[in-house]
Design a protein around this ligand. Structure first.
Ligand code: HEC
Length: 147
């Protein structure tokens, strides 16, 4: 084999291994943690707009993202991801999956309450809905996330 051929073979092998890594897909544990971190940022931004007495209509998009995430959340904890990485997921997510689904739905409902207020342009009602969302985060963390 001459030098050029050796390099071509090496490049082909590299491509093959990269392809394999891709086929594995992203880590579900990291995906859900990133999703949670993004949602947390979303919620912080929403509270900042409320505190600054900003335009609550602009909250519709971040609230929509939170609602979609709440709907998706139960599926972000597939079997086989009970442990691994630095996950803080508690075993109750799988042993009490109905309860976990309920806790996800509670977040969806709470964001829905704020969404309705934001759509109506009712700043007071938007501000009043913060607690409901915060409670939904806290209730689930208490039951299903390790300290
Ligand atoms: C239905 C349950 C549930 C709800 C509702 C929920 N969380 Fe979580 N959250 C979890 C679990 C479980 C983890 C740990 C995930 C892991 O480590 O695999 C987590 C992790 C997090 C993390 C850490 C992410 C990281 O970087 O590892 C943050 C931040 C967070 N949640 C914020 C929030 C906020 C803010 C809300 C409400 C707007 C919320 N969560 C609502 C279950 C929930």
């Amino acid at each position: 084999m001459n030098m050029t051929m050796k390099m071509t073979v090496a490049a082909a092998m590299l491509l093959a291994t990269t392809g394999l890594a891709r086929a594995d897909g992203p880590s579900p544990i990291e995906m859900r943690q990133v999703g949670m971190a993004l949602m947390s940022g979303d919620f912080a931004g929403i509270r900042a707009v409320i505190a600054a007495k900003g335009d609550v209509k602009t909250l519709e998009n971040p609230l929509k993202a939170m609602q979609r995430w709440a709907t998706l959340m139960p599926s972000m904890f597939p079997k086989g991801t009970e442990t691994g990485g630095n996950t803080k997921a508690m075993p109750e997510i799988w042993s009490d999956s109905a309860g976990f689904a309920k806790a996800s739905a509670a977040l969806g409902d709470a964001t829905g309450v704020m969404m309705a207020a934001a759509k109506a342009g009712d700043a007071d009602a938007v501000a009043a809905a913060v607690k409901g969302i915060g409670d939904a985060c806290g209730a689930c963390h208490k039951a299903y996330r390790a300290k």
